[in-house]
Design a binder for this molecule. Sequence first.
Ligand SMILES: *[C@@H]1O[C@H](CO)[C@@H](O)[C@H](O)[C@H]1NC(C)=O
Ligand SMILES: *[C@@H]1O[C@H](CO)[C@@H](O)[C@H](O)[C@H]1NC(C)=O
Ligand SMILES: *[C@@H]1O[C@H](CO)[C@@H](O)[C@H](O)[C@H]1NC(C)=O
Ligand SMILES: *[C@@H]1O[C@H](CO)[C@@H](O)[C@H](O)[C@H]1NC(C)=O
Ligand SMILES: *[C@@H]1O[C@H](CO)[C@@H](O)[C@H](O)[C@H]1NC(C)=O
Length: 945
Amino acid sequence: MCLYKPSIRSSSLEMENRVLLLFSLSLSLSLSLLLLLDLSSAQKPGFVSLDCGGKVNFTDELGLSWTPDDTFMFGETSNISVANETRKQYMTLRHFPADLRKYCYTLNVISRTRYLLRATFLYGNFDSNNVYPKFDLSFGATHWSTIVISDAYTIEVRELIFLASGSTVSVCLSNATTGQPFISTLELRQFNGSIYYQQFEEQFYLSVSARINFGADSDIPIRYPDDPFDRIWESDSLKKANYLVDVAAGTEKVSTRLPIDVNRDEVPPVKVMQTAVVGNNGSLTYRLNLDGFPGFGWAVTYFAEIEDLGPDESRKFRLVLPGSPEVSKAVVNIEENAQGKNRLYEPGLTNISLPFVLSFRFGKTSDSSRGPLLNAMEINKYLEKNDGSLDGRVIASAISQYSSADWAQEGGDPCLPVPWSWLQCSSDPQPRIVSILLSKKNLTGNIPTDLTKLTGLLELWLDGNLLTGPIPDFTGCVDLKIIHLENNQLTGGLPSSLTNLPNLRELYVQNNMLSGTVPSGLLSKNLALNYSGNINLHKGSRKGSYINVIIGSSVGAAVLLLATIISCLFMHKGKRRYYEQDHIVSLPAQKLVSSKSGDPTEAAHCFNFSEIEDATNKLERKIGSGGFGVVYYGKVKDGKEIAVKVLTSDSYQGKREFSNEVTLLSRIHHRNLVQFLGYCREEGKSMLVYEFMHNGTLKEHLYGPLTRGRSINWIKRLEIAEDAAKGIEYLHTGCVPAIIHRDLKSSNILLDKHMRAKVSDFGLSKLAVDGASHVSSIVRGTVGYLDPEYYISQQLTDKSDVYSFGVILLELISGQEAISNESFGVNCRNIVQWAKLHIESGDIQGIIDPSLHDEYDIQSMWKIAEKALMCVQPHGHMRPSMSEVLKEIQDAMSIEREAETVREGNSDGISRNSLHSSMNMGSLDLGGTDNYLSIDESIAQPAAR
Ligand SMILES: *[C@@H]1O[C@H](CO)[C@@H](O)[C@H](O)[C@H]1NC(C)=O
Ligand SMILES: *[C@@H]1O[C@H](CO)[C@@H](O)[C@H](O)[C@H]1NC(C)=O
Ligand SMILES: *[C@@H]1O[C@H](CO)[C@@H](O)[C@H](O)[C@H]1NC(C)=O
Ligand SMILES: *[C@@H]1O[C@H](CO)[C@@H](O)[C@H](O)[C@H]1NC(C)=O
Ligand SMILES: *[C@@H]1O[C@H](CO)[C@@H](O)[C@H](O)[C@H]1NC(C)=O
């Protein structure tokens, strides 16, 4: 890792590189004049501003010239209208079908030159669907970003800094997971000099994460013409939720009107450098979210001394980054480092691992009379280049003669992120083209000989075209299995080189103008060969025998078809087996008592009532109760402990339905779901038997009697969240049909001997609703955890579980109950409202469980808090999936573990958690049962039907 030291950018090695670069740049500068002639509509050389979906050329109020993308042949255009958005380029967009293809823009660039590429997306409900699209954006073969639209009026912006390695670059939209992919603008800005040179630029792009102008005069970002490269410098006064919070007391703006000498390094705009913040109490602190992180990044700070220091005054300070004590060794003295007042000094960390939530501090040294000063900063993430298919150049050359055809203009990499519509590729990291499917495309001329260089080719379909000339030598494509050249105008002989293809199974050349004899090596039984309709092509000395071959070939095709079917079946089986290994644990229930033969519910073990009575000592020890019934402790003969849930008697009538549902339950196995061991239905009672969980419910550990004196620590809470999320994810994605829990809550998350968590009561809501009452429109769930959207609409989706899980995450953070009359202040009974208020205003300390003391990392806490808020968004489609939530929890865990090591090893002064909760967290009365809710239709939705 590089150290934060002033000399970083003048190391001798780098100097050498820069000299080299200057040479190559002077070369490209002369080339840029050529580009100027090329793009006469772009006033500013090296700028391209594409108004997607636009119709006319225009110049905007910044003086940038926009051109429409009207020559682009894919997609459709839409006009949109968004309140307060008057910029013409945001009144149109281009959208694409949500299919399996990619749609690529190709832009001309100068090789070995650095550019800023900006793509923006303003949804504006263009399809009148209010379905917020989600799709992938790639830069050539490299996955750049996933665009997730979360409302109709916010512009999503992605920026990338790259060194061009060829004469074009492409930007592609693909993989529509929701809605239709679309794009509003595409902007290319050329840099000059060695601006944004970085030592990894051959392997990595820079994905722009934050570019901040401190002490800004207004909320309006600074860009062109103040920045000649049209970078967008966000104002630090812009108050987005969680964007630049935790500002230290004593932070003040300063500014100057004097010119600043900025002509070095990244050449920030003078206007950005003329403002700054100063920490008058000795510190500057900030916390911000870094999109795309955690990961490795390139971070620089821009300083210029713009205040007048007296002869006896000095300004010296250090950067303090939590977790990176080594960076705080270097002392910044701007005026000295920059060799003068009003001059740029740009120290940076060009290869540093950064978290998603970055907290940093500049603190003055003890011998400094002034506090630290900061003009601007920029943080970019390294994005690893994907070099794409090995066949990229060859296929581009092969199709160059058809450049006016639609199919030849798909752009981007032939295989990545998805193949061109007429290709298939292997799934290697650097894919190869395996199939070419160009039947009936009106191809003229000779078969491109470049095709014979595609060494991974398995299938070639060029039938039904107007191809002329000879069949080239395909010896280099040793894996070729299938060749279709029929119905063309090919001439010459059938090359004997075709006999060199060991895997050739299908060769169709009928209805051409081929001549000569068929090489005897091709007349084997294993080859489906059709050469009919070539008047001058003969099989050795005999004539007219091709009929046999045709029959042979159709048999061959049938065999092929069969083989395909068999391999599909095989794959299917293989997949299932994998599934089972992954998720299914063996069921010890079978060992408890031998199963009754002939029982329709053979998969679910049926216990005798007498066995249950023995095991539970006649339902002696009650260990819990919930919405579905009372739970008793038991121990069967071989010593295994069980939990018997006696279902509330009035809800379950039909024996058939009960058995069906129980059978379903018995098929669900996952290490994070409480194991179902069997059932019993006798004496008018329905009972479900589960494994016994020694450590009770999560609820008891968070704020029940078990918390006294030993509350569970933060990493343990994260582990519990991870376990539970895995269990729920399995219900949502691992079961067919998917199972929606409907009643997730902290009292349904149980803990085993080792404090690993399992989810309980899954499948029961369905049992209660569909199995017995036949009223499918009853809203079920627990007050405080119930998804408000489901409550109103009665449309149940897996996102209702995500809502409830979000509430559980908030409980884990705060140690508060989901619903409370006292804890959340006046007019607030609900943990969601309360937590939202605090988190959104940046005050996370206000909700953190005081019993965690300071034993947690604030960044992992933020991660969970922010995800929890996403989970409790009012609308299901705005909430993440359980898989996404799980990933976030795991990220938070690794942050926490790392921080834990630092905490243990080093108690040195990284400032954390200095604030303490001002909330009253007095102990709560908990005794009662859950507020289980069962609202009938007439209450839940008075106006419906
Ligand atoms: C926009 O300007 C370019 C360059 O002057 C020109 O080639 C193009 O035809 C113009 N397009 C429209 C729609 O006016
Ligand atoms: C969008 O607006 C332009 C000009 O106002 C108009 O010519 C065009 O037909 C509109 N397009 C659509 C799809 O409505
Ligand atoms: C949009 O403009 C109107 C009128 O100028 C103003 O009242 C409103 O606050 C603006 N809305 C936003 C979101 O800026
Ligand atoms: C498509 O998007 C989904 C969801 O974002 C993602 O899981 C999947 O990997 C993507 N597929 C490809 C081929 O990139
Ligand atoms: C091929 O040409 C014919 C006749 O010009 C035309 O009707 C057909 O659409 C063309 N096919 C393709 C795939 O371009």
